[in-house]
Design a protein around this ligand. Structure first.
Ligand SMILES: [Zn+2]
Length: 67
């Protein structure tokens, strides 16, 4: 792990709505619980699939808010 990113908090929003305070983050700036070990989708096919899941998550979130 590069020295300069140590002690920087993850900062991802937790389920409680507070920023994640974990400092054991990966090189992409997130802790292991918030995708720190993930490289994200690498192929355009994978990115499309990822976007589809994100859109579904947005839709479900919007539906939950209406209840
Ligand atoms: Zn985190």
């Amino acid at each position: 792990m590069p020295e300069e990113i140590r002690h920087i908090p993850c900062g991802a929003k937790t389920r409680a709505g507070t920023p994640c305070k974990r400092t054991d983050i990966s090189t992409n700036g997130r802790c292991k619980y918030h995708g720190g070990h993930s490289t994200g989708a690498l192929t355009s096919e994978g990115k499309a699939r990822q976007l589809e899941g994100y859109r579904r998550w947005q839709r479900e979130k919007a539906e939950n808010l209406q209840k």
